[in-house]
Design a protein around this ligand. Structure first.
Ligand SMILES: Cc1ncc(COP(=O)(O)O)c(C=O)c1O
Length: 396
């Protein structure tokens, strides 16, 4: 079990927002500091790829590959999911009139990377309109299928949506896209450490995710998986030595992502300590840990829906560890005021969002409040949060 003392979090704050930037256990921070001290003792040996760095990164790559069931050589490291999405979108050769399909639940930064790539090629960003609240995963598939055209080249889909906290049926979405000859990039920013991941079974063309959210690694690190035959056309966001200096014994793909100029690799190198910490929390390891977080999320959905007098906006099967509840009847500006007051006056950290980030058709979509719970949280905090919401929203 983990208690609050394993973490640096302010004990006077009910931190119900693990999802935004994660949190890192003290033991993982200490590992990172040890690594930094080793780096500073002998910077050349530590950082020169051909001395220690390649081997150190390969060690982490193998551990991660095992966790998400993929071949290590198909994994590159990136700073974060935004970086991973940008690398793919900026490498993509789009032609005038080509379409890239995103959803209205997508993360703004990543959707902007799509907009940038389409605008510079006179291509089109199309948005599939997934409803929220919704009854089940079939509605996600229907919305995406309805927006596919014969010009769709790429689908960029969140595995777990940020504002609405939905686990999208990515395996079925990928199957559907492949039937239409369309590539799929999954933005799995939240997925590792929240959901069991099996990339061999899922078969995305590209998948990127963060280590610093639910795997609790130091900020900032993540991975980018690219299907083997697409790797030669996928460049990192920073072009460096490997572009014209291929190494006979290493793939161009891993070499070019491994060195993007001088940087701090310790957030990546401390990842095994984070995986070990989470795996040792309970008998049954990481799988049990993720299930317990999920169970806490499902109970939170019930508690908060009751507190706010609304129906749960999605079935429990579409929840991972993020729970978003509509604040019906509240304007967006009042919702933002509520969010600020929660932090400043109630010492509760929980984000308040525009419900559907890209609400094109202006469907009835109230703002939402989100909780994302990690093993340092408990349901008493959620109960108190529900009572605070009732009081502040005059719900009796
Ligand atoms: C779905 C999704 N994609 C991408 C990101 C961006 O993560 P980062 O800022 O670490 O790149 C987030 C962050 O919350 C997210 O929720």
């Amino acid at each position: 079990m983990s208690d609050r003392t394993d973490w640096c979090l302010d004990p006077n704050l009910d931190f119900l927002n693990h999802g935004s930037f994660g949190a890192t256990p003290r033991v993982v921070m200490r590992e990172r500091v040890d690594l930094l001290e080793r780096l500073e003792r002998d910077p050349i040996s530590f950082l020169a790829p051909e001395r220690d760095l390649e081997a150190s990164l390969d060690h982490v790559r193998h551990i991660l590959a095992e966790l998400i069931n993929v071949a290590p050589q198909d994994l590159a490291f990136v700073r974060n999911a935004t970086d991973g999405v940008n690398a793919v979108l900026r490498s993509l050769a789009l032609e005038q009139g080509d379409e890239v399909l995103i959803t209205n639940h997508g993360y703004n930064a990543c959707n902007n990377a799509v907009r940038f790539a389409t605008q510079r090629s006179n291509a089109i960003t199309r948005i599939a309109e997934v409803p929220f609240p919704l009854e089940g995963p079939a509605q996600v598939l229907q919305a995406i299928e309805a927006a596919i055209s014969d010009r769709t080249r790429l689908l960029v889909i969140d595995h777990v949506t940020s504002a609405t906290g939905l686990v999208f049926p990515v395996r079925d979405i990928i199957k559907l896209a492949h039937q239409h000859g369309i590539r799929v990039m999954i933005d799995g920013a939240h997925a590792p450490g929240m959901l069991p991941l099996d990339l061999r079974a899922m078969q995305p063309d590209y998948y990127t995710a963060n280590h610093h959210k639910w795997l609790c690694g130091p900020k900032a690190s993540g991975f980018l998986y690219v299907r083997a035959d697409l790797q030669s056309e996928t460049q990192p966001t920073i072009i460096s030595h490997a572009y014209n200096r291929p190494k006979p014994d290493r793939s161009q793909f891993t070499s070019s992502f491994d060195w993007m100029g001088t940087h701090d690799p310790t957030p990546i190198l401390a990842l095994p300590a984070a995986i070990q910490f989470l795996s040792n929390l309970r008998p049954g390891g990481l799988a049990t840990h993720m299930r317990r977080n999920h169970e806490m999320a499902v109970e939170s959905q019930v508690i908060l829906s009751k507190s706010l007098n609304v129906e749960p906006p999605c079935p429990a099967e579409m929840i991972g560890s993020l729970v978003s509840i509509p604040l019906e009847g509240l304007s967006l500006s009042s919702a933002y005021q509520l969010g600020a007051a929660l932090y400043a006056e109630e010492r509760i950290e929980a984000p308040v969002f525009e419900g559907i980030p890209f609400n094109l058709t202006k469907q009835d979509s109230p703002p939402c409040v989100r909780v994302s719970l990690q093993c340092y949280n408990n349901l008493d905090q959620v109960q108190r949060f529900g009572e605070v919401l009732r009081k502040r929203l005059n719900l009796g």
